[in-house]
Design a protein around this ligand. Structure first.
Ligand SMILES: Nc1ncnc2c1ncn2[C@@H]1O[C@H](COP(=O)(O)OP(=O)(O)OP(=O)(O)O)[C@@H](O)[C@H]1O
Length: 311
């Protein structure tokens, strides 16, 4: 990698009986959006907490912005911003006051504070409401304010843990626009976790973690191409009978069932579909052909859907 801003080598974390992170290696390039995905208990939080200096590794090394996480904790901390899942704003204070508190915490020079605050509020379009109390804000505005706060000390890397959780779809897509704007304008590296795999598509690269290991790492497109083929989804008048027929008469498809939908993964739907429709005696009530998504990639690599993993 030409210019890694994060470099993780043989990173391991063992809790008493659990090997939560098993000698993982990866790099994040400066300026990229890096998606970090995995089912519950995969080891994502443990990894992120070690990268952000909040948890001591059992072994291995991490450097951020050229600083060693063990030796240069303060410099690492100054290089990163973290947006947590929970709202950590003081609701009784105004947006401006919340940011001022953070400036003090991060020792932003006094004469620079107001200017910085305005700058970050502009990025997330909250200048107009800077004197309003946070308790009057919508969920999306609060998230944006948290992002602004995370940017106050000019971090090189911003960690976003489930940044859109709990927001409605429109606000979610709006928030992604801000995040993309940030990447473009400020060149900030973003390390992102999300359970919404359609949102992870925004990443330049994603890593999929499972049981303490990184089991896949590449661009969303490359991962989907690796999976290859087409996905066919169908419902029939009697899915049990359809499955028996598929088992007896159809070859060249990986079959799975979810609720009242039968999924067939085939190499090429063009070659497959016309003979398939003729072969099946039970009437088909619904048929859909699509390309693999990150959800399919996740399922193929972990054997689970990310939605199931959340339970
Ligand atoms: N403080 C701890 N003590 C003991 N075991 C722990 C501790 N924290 C995490 N674990 C275990 O380490 C493994 C990885 O957990 P981790 O929280 O890192 O997963 P995760 O991928 O972040 O999951 P989630 O999506 O739920 O946040 C799990 O088996 C978990 O039970």
């Amino acid at each position: 990698m030409s210019n890694p801003i994060i470099s993780v080598k043989d990173l391991t974390k063992t809790y008493k009986q659990t090997e939560a992170v098993k000698a993982i290696n990866f790099e994040v390039e400066e300026g990229e959006i890096f998606g970090f995905l995995g089912p519950n208990g995969a080891g994502k939080s443990t990894t992120i907490n070690m990268i952000c200096t909040m948890l001591k590794p059992t072994s291995g090394s991490i450097t951020i912005n050229g600083y060693d996480v063990k030796k240069d904790k303060d410099k690492v901390r100054a290089s990163i911003g973290i947006i947590f899942q929970e709202n950590t704003l003081d609701e009784k204070l105004t947006a401006n006051e919340n940011l001022m508190l953070h400036c003090r915490f991060y020792k932003v020079p006094k004469d620079k504070r107001q200017e910085r605050i305005r700058e970050v509020l502009e990025i997330v379009d909250l200048v107009e409401v800077s004197k309003q109390r946070v308790e009057t804000f919508s969920g999306g505005m609060k998230r944006r304010l948290e992002i602004a706060r995370g940017l106050l000390h000019y971090p090189k890397v911003l960690f976003l843990d489930e940044p859109t959780v709990g927001l409605d779809p429109q606000t979610r897509s709006h928030l992604w626009e801000y995040i993309l704007k940030l990447k473009k304008k400020e060149g900030i590296t973003m390390f992102l976790t999300t359970h919404y795999l359609d949102e992870a598509e925004i990443s330049d690269r994603v890593a999929i973690m499972d049981q303490g290991d990184i089991i896949a790492i590449d661009s969303p497109t490359a991962l989907k191409d690796q999976l290859g083929g087409d996905m066919i989804e169908l419902s029939t008048e009697d899915n049990d009978q359809a499955l028996r027929e598929i088992d007896e008469k159809v070859s060249g498809a990986e079959v799975s069932v979810e609720g009242d939908t039968i999924h067939l993964k085939v190499e090429s739907s063009d070659a497959f579909i016309s003979s398939f429709i003729k072969t099946l005696e039970i009437p088909i009530t619904r048929l859909n052909i699509r390309k693999p998504t990150l959800n399919d990639v996740f399922l193929a690599f972990t054997g689970r859907k990310i939605g199931d993993a959340k339970e």
